[in-house]
Design a protein around this ligand. Structure first.
Ligand code: PAF
Length: 280
């Protein structure tokens, strides 16, 4: 695996590889890698001759600066995992490389409605920062395909819109959420959970399964209340338990036959905020 810290160097390398006929798959990450990230690398390797992963903890997407300070960093272990997975290129830039003129100077995009609901509403400015950094990374790597995990469902929709707004031909490949044995969605934030918090964290998955399984005979307002009560009983503070049209994230007050739906949950335990979703 070749590691680059500098934009000009990685651009030159990728350009040479493209001249040799390589198609490029790109996996953007903020590090603290887990099996979910590695599944994206594996999918990219199946589809492309060159797989490029980036590790960059992007300061502009943290609406809560304490969250940024505590974001887990494990670069050496990440490099080992990427080597084992057979990743070809790692881009490991410093903040000054990505934002040489300061964070405020880079172009941002307007995601409209998508930035006003759920994660957009709970984390003002978050998607603005995600769009800003991913636009920058896409301009550097210019991949044929971009690999993202379904766990961040709304982020996938935002980045689909970003690709459209940028007028790129990049294909977005959304890969299934990887889960622990109790259903907890794999996330870099899970490593900040204490042992007792970890033991109960699978309750989010149980709630999603319950929302999914009651679509034929249930009412969403009732299931939602049951989920909120269960989350609270376990010590979580639910931020939202929502049902939405899976195509555009229009919020639904009840199940809608014939409509592809997605159930989404965000909840906090102690200082840790977890999100998950499930197609219904
Ligand atoms: O999902 C993430 O890890 C980040 O939001 C991303 C896409 C790497 C942008 O910083």
């Amino acid at each position: 695996m070749v590691i680059f810290k500098n934009i000009n160097d990685i651009k030159k390398y990728i350009s040479l590889k493209k001249d040799e006929g390589c198609s490029v798959g790109f996996i953007p990450t903020m590090g603290a890698l887990h099996a979910g990230h590695i599944s994206l690398v594996q999918k990219s390797k199946q589809d492309n001759m060159l797989s490029v992963c980036s590790i960059f903890v992007n300061p502009t997407q943290f609406n809560d600066k304490k969250d940024l300070e505590k974001y887990p960093v494990s670069t050496e272990a990440d490099i080992e995992m990427l080597l084992t997975a057979g990743c070809d290129v790692l881009f490991l830039p410093a903040v000054s490389e990505i934002y040489p003129d300061g964070e405020a100077h880079f172009k941002t995009y307007d995601f409209g409605y998508l930035d006003t609901v759920l994660e957009g509403a709970q984390r003002p400015g978050h998607f603005r920062g995600v769009g800003q950094v991913v636009a920058r990374l896409l301009e550097i790597v210019e991949p044929a395909s971009l690999y993202l995990g379904q766990k961040d469902y709304q982020q996938c929709m935002v980045l689909k819109k970003l690709i459209e707004l940028m007028g790129l031909a990049t294909k977005l490949i959304i890969c299934p959420t990887m889960r622990e044995a109790d259903g907890l969605a794999m996330s870099s934030r899970n490593r900040r959970l204490t042992e007792p918090q970890r033991v109960i964290a699978g309750v989010i998955y149980q709630c999603l399964v319950s929302i999914q399984s009651k679509q034929q005979n249930g009412r969403f307002d009732i299931v939602k209340k049951e989920c909120e009560d269960l989350l609270k009983a376990k010590g979580f503070v639910p931020e939202y338990v929502a049902l939405a049209d899976a195509r555009d994230l229009t919020l639904l007050s009840d199940y809608k036959a014939g409509t592809p739906m997605v159930a989404l949950i965000a909840a906090k335990i102690g200082e840790i905020r977890l999100i998950d979703n499930m197609l219904v």
